[in-house]
Design a protein around this ligand. Structure first.
Ligand SMILES: C[S@@+](CC[C@H](N)C(=O)[O-])C[C@H]1O[C@@H](n2cnc3c(N)ncnc32)[C@H](O)[C@@H]1O
Length: 264
């Protein structure tokens, strides 16, 4: 683990790859990505960059939708990029290893830059946003998506469940992370304004799940995922309460993600 990100330079843990694959299949993530694409307003024919592209499925989707456009999927993790290029479908996507803090492109190189669920993992998100703005041409469009984990709300669970969850999360962050995971989503607008983007627009998208299996496509609410991400053993009881609510049909969880766009 580096000190400036929750991910090491080259590794992509199997649980992260599998999580991203499952999340990409979730109707909620598809809905957010479609809304973000509508707000981004990029046309066909230029160059687009996806920073922290993970498995690269959005880059391939964009290249399919905009056949005259060259799309670059960039990630800090060499393993993620190897995996993403292994999934290549022949569309106009380039897969490149690179750091959001020092994007390996000249000023004004891209017509559009996007980054999804990446800033929450960075110690200095503003530095990454400034880099994204730098590589954008004047008039180019940026689109950020991020989660607001502090927005998590539950129902069907016992009294004190929320507070126990907050304490568990704090314990987990202290034990496993070099970078705290902040409520990043709501900060996106401010970061774009600070980086000098104009016409900044932001929208919250709240996902609601009443089925634990569906919620697990996006949130790590399973014993396997808890083990993979190093949750404390004391989390098992908390998870048990979720499973009970699911079994009796009263389970509900809501989580808000934010989309923000702006023009250089
Ligand atoms: C939660 S994943 C999101 C992946 C993808 N954007 C998606 O929505 O499916 C975060 C990604 O950011 C990448 N990442 C983390 N720090 C980075 C950095 N400093 N520069 C570039 N990518 C980074 C990780 O390797 C990982 O693939």
């Amino acid at each position: 683990m580096t000190s400036d990100s929750n991910f090491s330079g080259t590794a992509q843990p199997a649980h992260l790859r599998d999580y991203l694959t499952t999340a990409a299949g979730s109707s909620s993530i598809r809905w957010i990505r479609a809304a973000a694409l509508g707000m981004w307003e990029v046309g066909d024919g230029g160059r687009l960059l996806d920073v922290g592209a993970g498995n690269g499925e959005v880059a391939r989707e964009l290249a399919g939708l905009l056949p005259g456009t060259e799309v670059t999927a960039l990630d800090h993790s060499a393993e993620a990029i190897a995996n993403a290029s292994g999934l290549h479908d022949g569309s106009r996507v380039k897969y490149e290893v690179g750091n959001a803090y020092e994007l390996p492109y000249p000023d004004g190189h891209f017509d559009g830059v996007r980054s999804e669920r990446v800033l929450q993992h960075l110690a200095d998100p503003d530095r990454a946003v400034a880099e994204m703005a730098r590589v954008l041409r004047p008039g180019g469009r940026i689109c950020l998506i991020d989660t607001d984990w502090d927005s998590l709300q539950f129902d069907g669970t016992p009294e004190g469940f929320h507070e126990r969850g907050v304490a568990l999360r704090r314990e987990w962050l202290a034990q496993t992370r070099t970078v705290d995971i902040p409520p990043s989503g709501r900060t996106l607008r401010r970061r774009l304004v600070t980086a000098g983007l104009t016409g900044v627009r932001t929208e919250p998208v709240t996902m609601v799940f009443t089925d634990l299996t569906e919620a697990r496509q996006i949130m790590p609410f399973s014993r396997e995922m808890f083990a993979a991400i190093g949750m404390p053993d004391s989390a098992a009881g908390w998870l048990g309460d979720l499973e009970t609510a699911d079994a009796d049909g009263t389970f509900l969880v809501a989580l808000t993600m934010w989309i923000a766009v702006g023009t250089r």
